[in-house]
Design a protein around this ligand. Structure first.
Ligand code: ADP
Ligand code: MG
Length: 615
């Protein structure tokens, strides 16, 4: 009988291994930029086409490679960074397994031009699917230039798995952020389809964060600085009032390397306890300096988890350091009586010793329905602060308002296809009760119907938006004073992508210089007073939304906008408003589900209620 065990050919083994290291275009960007850093580059440029699916090009001015090294670099376990096992314990470089280049070359078309400063000529190598097609001397700049084309061309299953360009680009942007933040002394640029997303000059830590995340970061960030024998922690945390709904500006670095740490994250969240508006996350950028022997960098190349010895002690140090910074940097308003006429301007306290914790103020009684037209399209985010203040006594204002007329019976017709059709048609529309400023309860024939107020409103808005997007004539409300919106480069790139959809919704929005936009009109169906806030919220929702194919972009944006502009939880509703909401909901084509597929309502059956009394 013949033997059955065979060694896999190198090319196949490489392909399999590549799957571990290279999952998507962003992984290539990460590996190549890290190599450039390790090569001592002071300038790194990244060009991607079609979110890296077509081309990833990375140019650095680092040390370059000799012809032999350039060829060797593509062999598995070829690394210049580790010579003995002992080196493993004091690693400070980014890569050390010598796998990245071999992996990339196994699943793409790779060209490299590289030259050491001291050499006269450089080296050109062309490899396709681990197959060296060409190697020759070439004239080129000092440093290294990688071109990676047609990623996963020979692994169709992988290629098919790639997400839409928006998502893949988002991952690339994240990788660049993770490398750019801890390396402010290195000039880094990122271009997508030839348009610049980042052009980050050499600078300091704070300015680098501002360059990445927008000018808002500058006001928000307070410094953290804590030196202990175990670990030094420095960096910045965002003031609570700038906390955002998007989870994405939270960064830990150890010895210049990005890592994730849910346990340390909790230390920070604990420091912010009671300070954050609900469902928001603070930004943080914290750099740890620690002896390399005290951490275990999981040698899996793509993993960003790192194990710390003494992690409990470090938890305490982080918590205390963040808490102290938040207290110290709290800007407490004070009145200077010597300066008449300027009492409105808050001035920071001089003494650093005055530590007091900032408080958040959430107006739970603010009512989103209370707009001039009493339309449910308005909400807390669509009113200017001044208007909000005017609405403080909205209950008084409301007492004279007219009751809304009940819906015509045909609202309830033709819902035969819906899951709750029967129950919906039984809705009496008479008795409702709001529970926990979140649910609306109402008796129906078969039991008790419970409606989620936010999701119901999302559904109503979504159907309106879809209608608007489909119609030829778009109703837009001109703004008396066009608003400018300044975004961070990543958000600006995202917004640019979806401007056509926003126009079709009735927004009048256009680019106005780098990362700045002008909004001069808003959708007719929305009653918007702060359009820039709505657009920012919309972007946050859109960023966090699950990915859909390009064809569904319109719908995705309508979903995001309905989430961004819908009524929130934590708001007391008056009877009339509840009625308006319920009427609107049952006038929808699909009242049972929110636009992103979540249950809007449920019915607790009378039988179940009865059963619970028979136990
Ligand atoms: P590792 O980074 O883990 O050593 P890689 O496969 O990423 O493994 O790279 C292999 C080797 O190729 C590196 O150790 C380095 O010597 C060399 N190399 C890779 N990229 C560059 C670059 N941009 N400039 C100079 N040398 C490089
Ligand atoms: Mg490497």
């Amino acid at each position: 009988m013949s033997d059955i065990i065979q060694l896999l050919p190198d090319s196949v083994a490489n392909q399999i291994a590549a799957g571990e290291v290279i999952q998507r275009p962003a992984s290539v960007v990460k590996e190549l930029v890290e190599n450039a850093l390790d090569a001592g580059a002071s300038e790194i440029t990244v060009h991607v086409k079609d979110a890296g699916k077509t081309l990833i090009q990375i140019t650095d001015n680092g040390c370059g490679m000799s012809p032999t090294d350039a060829r060797m670099a593509f062999e598995r376990h070829a690394t210049s960074k580790i010579k003995s096992a002992n080196d493993l314990f004091c690693i400070r470089t980014m890569g050390f397994r010598g796998e990245a280049l071999a992996s990339i070359a196994a699943i793409a078309d790779v060209e490299i031009k590289t030259k050491k400063t001291e050499d006269e000529v450089g080296t050109y190598i062309h490899i396709i699917g681990s197959d060296v097609k060409k190697q020759e001397a070439t004239a080129c700049n000092n440093g290294t230039n990688f071109m990676v084309k047609n990623l996963f061309f020979n692994v169709p299953a992988r290629r098919k798995f790639l997400k839409g360009n928006t998502t893949e680009l988002k991952h690339i942007i994240w990788e660049i952020q993770r490398i750019a933040i801890p390396n402010p002394d290195i000039k880094i640029s990122l271009f997508h389809n030839n348009s610049a997303i980042y052009e980050l000059p050499k600078t300091n830590y704070r300015k680098r964060i501002v360059d990445l995340f927008g000018k808002g970061a500058n006001q928000s960030l307070v410094q953290v600085n804590e030196e202990t024998s175990l670990v030094n922690i420095f960096g910045f945390v965002g003031q609570p009032k700038y906390a955002r709904k998007t989870f994405g500006e939270q960064f830990f670095f150890v010895n210049g390397r990005y890592f994730r740490h849910p346990y340390f994250h909790k230390a920070i969240m604990k420091a912010y306890e009671q300070l954050l508006p609900p469902e928001t996350f603070p930004s943080y950028f914290l750099f740890f300096e620690i002896e390399a022997a005290n951490i275990d960098i999981n040698v899996h190349p793509t993993k960003t988890e790192i194990k710390f010895e003494n992690d409990r002690d470090i938890w305490q140090i982080i918590h205390a350091a963040v808490r102290e910074s938040l207290g110290k940097h709290n800007v407490v308003p004070s009145i200077d009586f010597n300066q008449s006429g300027s009492i409105d301007i808050p001035t920071p306290k001089k003494s650093k010793e005055d530590i007091s914790f900032p408080e958040i103020q959430i107006n739970h009684t603010y009512n989103p329905f209370e707009t001039e037209k009493n339309s449910y399209a308005g909400n807390a985010y669509t009113k200017s602060p001044k208007e909000k203040a005017n609405l403080e006594n909205w209950e008084d204002l409301y007492s004279g308002a007219q009751l809304k007329i009940k819906p015509e019976p045909e609202y309830f017709h033709d819902k035969s296809d819906s899951l709750f059709a029967e129950s919906l048609t039984q809705f009496s529309g008479k008795k409702t009760l709001q529970l926990k400023q979140k649910y609306i309860l109402t008796p129906v024939k078969s039991g008790l119907m419970v409606i989620d107020q936010k999701r119901a409103h999302e559904r109503i808005l979504f159907e309106k938006f879809m209608e608007v997007m489909k119609s030829d004539s778009v109703a837009s409300q001109k703004l008396l004073f066009p608003q400018t919106l300044e975004l961070n480069p990543a958000d600006a790139a995202l917004l640019k992508n979806i401007i056509p959809e926003l126009l079709s919704l009735g927004f009048d929005i256009r680019e106005f210089g780098k990362d700045t936009f002008i909004i001069s009109g808003t959708p007719g169906v929305l009653d918007v007073a702060s359009p820039e806030l709505i657009v920012e919220k919309l972007l946050e929702e859109y960023k966090n939304s699950p990915v859909n194919a390009q064809s569904k972009a319109k719908e995705q944006i309508a979903i995001s906008l309905s989430k961004a502009s819908s009524l929130d939880y934590g708001i007391d509703l008056k009877q009339e408003e509840v009625d308006t909401l319920i009427d609107g909901l049952f006038a929808c084509a699909t009242p049972n589900f929110s636009p992103d597929g979540k249950k809007v309502l449920t019915i607790i059956s009378t039988q179940d209620i009865e059963k619970s009394f028979n136990k």
